[in-house]
Ligand binder design. Sequence first.
Ligand SMILES: [Zn+2]
Length: 160
Amino acid sequence: MSRENTLLQRATAQLRTFLQANQLRCTKERLAILEAIYQTDKPFTIDGLMQMMQQKRFHVSMATLYAAADLFARANLLLRHPATGASALYQRIPDSGCSCYLICNSCEKVSQLEKKDALELIESIPTKRFTPYHRITYIYGLCMRCKAKQKRQLDKQKKH
Ligand SMILES: [Zn+2]
């Protein structure tokens, strides 16, 4: 079985438990949306999720997608990245207990920092009387592309 399938199976079981505990129904829509979300480990918008659903030829409304995203976030299955622009970015919960994201303030691109020793450091921070699910760290700044663009603009201004 592929890694993606194992993750989806685990997520489905987690969703069923959550729904049951909260006396909510396990609908076909919710399962299909979860399946779409677990196809990618990249950040996506609700518009992007709508496209994924359309590719699967599964008809849902935007309202259903927003409601499902909220529900999955509460169930600890989906991350809602802090909004930097007009549309919120979501991402499935990483399978490691700790992750660090770099957010560009200019183009709003979200990328993941893959630095084992830094992640281990975050993982080792004690949380007294608090059980962490996931440790998520955000670093805001400028991506390489935006920084180069900014430099070009500054150089242009200097010439005038
Ligand atoms: Zn950028």
